[in-house]
Design a protein around this ligand. Structure first.
Ligand SMILES: [Cu+2]
Length: 169
């Protein structure tokens, strides 16, 4: 009886391991380098997370989802120059080439966190990144106060909400 239980356990274990190997996906090849969330005042309608996504794999990767308990919605966004006006818009995916890097930074690609929970400088926020093969990875992202005179930040008070048509509700 005991032996049978053990055998069953071993069978389940090896099935689990085999499944684990099969389930290993793109997320395992992706490293999140230098992630941070821009600190915004409580009640701000949105903030953004930035990081460098590094793909150590042989396949191109596509980030297709982001989620976090610290915001109602997380979206993948890019900045586009529309007739001289920088605007943000949602994108379906952010590609990271095989053995390449994709930079998410102020003024470019970013993770938009809409209706964020109140955050303080130094908080760590869990963000889950989902890829097009269904794999995902959770990262811990510190909340940082934006540098007052960063070259890539738009000028103006740090507390100003980002210009974003979708967030006007
Ligand atoms: Cu945005």
């Amino acid at each position: 009886m005991k032996l049978r239980v053990l055998t069953t356990t071993l069978a389940l274990l090896s099935a689990g391991l085999a499944h684990g190997v099969l389930a290993a996906g793109i997320a395992d090849n992706i490293a999140a380098v230098g992630p941070f969330i821009r600190l915004v005042p409580p009640g701000a309608s949105a903030t953004a997370a930035y990081l460098v996504l590094k793909n150590n794999g042989d396949r191109d990767a596509r980030l297709v989802r982001a989620s976090t308990p610290a915001a109602r919605v997380a979206e993948l966004h890019e900045h586009v120059d529309e007739h001289g006006v920088m605007k943000m818009r949602k994108v379906d995916a952010i590609e990271i080439k095989a053995h390449g890097n994709t930079v998410l930074q102020p003024g470019g690609l970013h993770l938009m966190l809409i209706d964020p929970a109140p955050m303080q400088e130094g908080d760590k926020v869990a963000i889950t990144l989902g890829f097009d093969d269904g794999s995902s990875k959770q990262i811990d992202v510190p909340v940082l106060r934006p540098a007052p005179a960063s070259m890539s930040m738009p000028a103006g008070p740090a507390a100003a909400p980002m210009d974003h048509p979708a967030h006007q509700h």
